[in-house]
Design a protein around this ligand. Sequence first.
Ligand SMILES: Nc1ncnc2c1ncn2[C@@H]1O[C@H](COP(=O)(O)OP(=O)(O)O)[C@@H](O)[C@H]1O
Ligand SMILES: [Mg+2]
Length: 265
Amino acid sequence: MSTMAAERFIPEREPKRLFEITERTLAALRRGGADLSQLGVPAPPEDSETELWEDVSVPQARARTLAWRNSMAAADHDDYLKWRFADLDDTQRPKALSDWLGSVVEAKRQKARPSTMHFIVSGNIGSGKTTAVAALGNEASDRGLLVRFVQHSTYLTWRRPDGGPDGMSRYEIRRRHVEDPDLLILDELCGEMDGVQTEFVRRETTDLVGSRLASGRPTVFSTNLRRDGIKAVLGERLLSRIEDRAYLAKVVGPDRRMPHKPLDW
Ligand SMILES: Nc1ncnc2c1ncn2[C@@H]1O[C@H](COP(=O)(O)OP(=O)(O)O)[C@@H](O)[C@H]1O
Ligand SMILES: [Mg+2]
C-alpha cells in the first residue's frame, strides 16, 4: 500500500463481508431503537445503566417525563408539579403513598404484578387529595415510571365520538390512559357525573379498570364521594372490583381552599 493510500485508510470503510455487523452498524441500529437481541447481541441486564443503552434510554426517559407533565398541563394542574412527599402533611398520608409507590416500582422491576393494584385517596373537597396524588405522580415520574393524570369526567368526555382534544381519536385516548401508563392517576372518581349517562360511564370505567387489572398496571383514584355515592354511579359490581385490590387512605382535614374570612360584598 502506498503512503497516500495508507493515509486514506478508514477502517469503517474497509470492504466487509455481506451481512457483517460492524460497530458502526450497531451504533446506527441502537440509535433507531432496534432490538439487538434479534441480531444475537446479548441485552444488558435490565437494571444496569450501561453505555450501550444510553442513546436509547435517555430519549425514552424524556418522553415519559413529558407524558406526565403534559397530562398535568391538560388537566390545568401545572401548579401541582412542584409537590413531593416531603411537602405533604401527615393527614395526606405521605408514608402510605411512598410505601405503595415503592411496591409498584419494585413490581415493575421484577416484571410482576403489584399485590395492591389500587390506591384510593378519599376525603372532603379541599382536604388535599389532588395534592397528595400529584405528589405521588411527581415522585413516580422521577423514578422512571410512565405516569398519566386525568380526571374521571375528562376521560369520559374524551372517549365520546369526536370528544378527544387536538383531534385525538377515541382509540388514541384509550391507549394513552388505559394501555400505556405504568401508573394512571384517575382524579375525582365519579365527580361531575350529573347528566352523564350511567350506562356509558359504567361501560367505559369497567373497560378502564378491567383492562388495567388484566395487564397488571396499577391505578390511583381520588374522590370526595363516600362509598354509597360511588356505588350509585358505578354499581356494586365494578366498585367491588376497585375495592378488592385496594389500599384506602382517608385524608381528613378542613377545606384548605375556604377563604378564612368571607368576602365583604
Ligand atoms: N400540605 C399542604 N401544604 C400547603 N398547602 C396545601 C397542602 N396540601 C394541599 N394544599 C393546598 O390546598 C388546596 C386544596 O388542595 P387540593 O389537593 O386541590 O384539594 P382536593 O383535591 O382534596 O380538593 C390547594 O390550593 C393546595 O395547594
Ligand atoms: Mg381535587
